[in-house]
Design a protein around this ligand. Structure first.
Ligand code: NAD
Ligand code: UD1
Length: 338
């Protein structure tokens, strides 16, 4: 089975392609390289012995998509392609609605025209807004606090309508909690351009000497130590969640929504401590004001994915920090440019 992986050169997509190849599947990657480097494909080939077919282009380009579907016998699409920087989405909302919402519309139109009826979509725990309680179940109310989150929520709602009109389609919405970590080889990892927005890449850049210290955004939340608590999930566990969703899709058409998280929450200071232990480097940090839009606590109830997809996360916090450190120390400035 060939699976079209949009955004497959990116952080989560590249890890998913490796897991797919190792499971005997054939990913066909489509990416415009806006936020990734083609050298990732060299690493995927080094790890698996297989260089996936790669199409460089944009999901908003309908003629290009038609060409890909005509040339490749695609059975399913995993749709990772999207922009993900919350702050940038506030400054440039149109860019986010065009790329994330319009891009998905063009992709689904091309899928329907090519009779491809299986889609897995990358959503985010951000669609739960500020949850009334934790752990968060899939049936909790959804809301958005910024254009990035709203683009994910809009796509979820649009996909729900599309499924009503096309009940033969199998649509799986995966709501990721906080993806961290790297392939255990240290060959693949997260390579943010510019100043990292997210905690784990920021901590690892402090550890490797690229940043002086971490700003801890608030220590007065009602949490274990006052700092924000999140459900960090190893990217390989997350990747395997897509394989589980692909296998499940074969059994049931329908629209399915799953949390992909571990069910455990860790605070910012717990993450700093764990990373210091893994790296042997003391992570300098300073307490800073809260980041606007942040919530105190967010972690998943992953029971639905366990019972329906037979999937659960297996990597520990030590795996997440050790693997991140291996990637960062082996690739202090990220992937090389070609
Ligand atoms: P990433 O930026 O590393 O990967 C996304 C890939 O999509 C990049 O390679 C980029 O070049 C490509 N892309 C973007 N727009 C495109 C377009 N119009 N046409 C073709 N390619 C395009 O991001 P990631 O962390 O791997 O995230 C993958 C998906 O998961 C995104 O949709 C993101 O919103 C979602 N998500 C990520 C996180 C996270 O923390 N990383 C959390 C929740 C959800
Ligand atoms: C952020 C996004 C969310 C997105 C998610 C995954 C915001 C407001 N939310 O969520 O929409 O789905 O990333 O990409 O940006 N922290 C620090 N110092 C830092 C960075 C982070 O203290 O330099 C803290 C944060 O306050 C938070 C925790 O670390 O408590 C995790 O932050 P982050 O990695 O950005 O993830 P989220 O806030 O969960």
């Amino acid at each position: 089975m060939k699976v079209l992986v949009t955004g497959g050169v990116g952080y989560i997509g590249s890890h998913t392609c490796v897991q797919m190849i190792e499971a005997g599947m054939t990913p066909v990657i489509l990416d415009n390289l806006y936020n990734s480097k083609e050298t990732v494909l060299d690493r995927v080939e080094k790890l698996t012995g297989v260089r996936p077919v790669f199409y460089k282009g944009d999901i908003r380009d309908r003629a290009f998509l038609d060409q890909v579907f005509a040339e490749q016998d695609i059975g399913s699409v995993i749709h990772f392609a999207g922009l993900k920087a919350v702050g940038e989405s506030v400054e440039q909302p149109l860019k986010y609605y065009d790329n994330n919402v319009n891009g998905t519309l063009v992709l689904v139109e091309a899928m329907l025209a090519a009779d491809v009826n299986s889609l897995i979509f990358s959503s985010s725990a951000t669609v739960y807004g500020d949850p009334a309680s934790v752990p968060i179940r899939e049936d909790f109310p959804t809301s958005a606090t910024n254009p990035y989150g709203r683009s994910k929520l809009m796509v979820e709602e649009i996909l729900t309508d599309i499924h009503k009109a096309h009940p033969e389609m199998s649509i799986t919405i995966l709501r990721y909690f906080n993806p961290v970590g790297s392939h255990k080889s240290g060959e693949l990892g997260e390579d943010p351009q510019g100043i990292p927005n997210n905690l784990m890449p920021f901590i690892s850049q402090v550890a490797v000497g690229r940043r002086e210290y971490l700003s801890v955004f608030g220590n007065d939340y009602p949490t274990v130590d006052g700092t924000g608590v999140r459900d960090y999930i190893h990217v390989v566990d997350l990747a395997n969640g897509h394989l589980a969703a692909l296998n499940h899709r074969g059994k049931t058409a329908g629209l399915h929504i799953y949390n992909l998280g571990t069910g455990n929450g860790y605070s910012v200071l717990q993450m700093v401590k764990a990373f210091s232990k893994a790296s042997g480097v003391n992570i300098e940090y300073k307490i800073a004001p809260r980041r606007p839009g942040d919530i105190a606590e967010c972690w998943a109830d992953p029971a639905k994915a366990k019972s329906e997809l037979q999937w659960q996360a297996s990597h520990t916090l030590d795996d997440m920090t050790a693997d991140t450190w291996r990637w960062q120390s082996q690739n202090p400035t990220g992937y090389p440019s070609k």
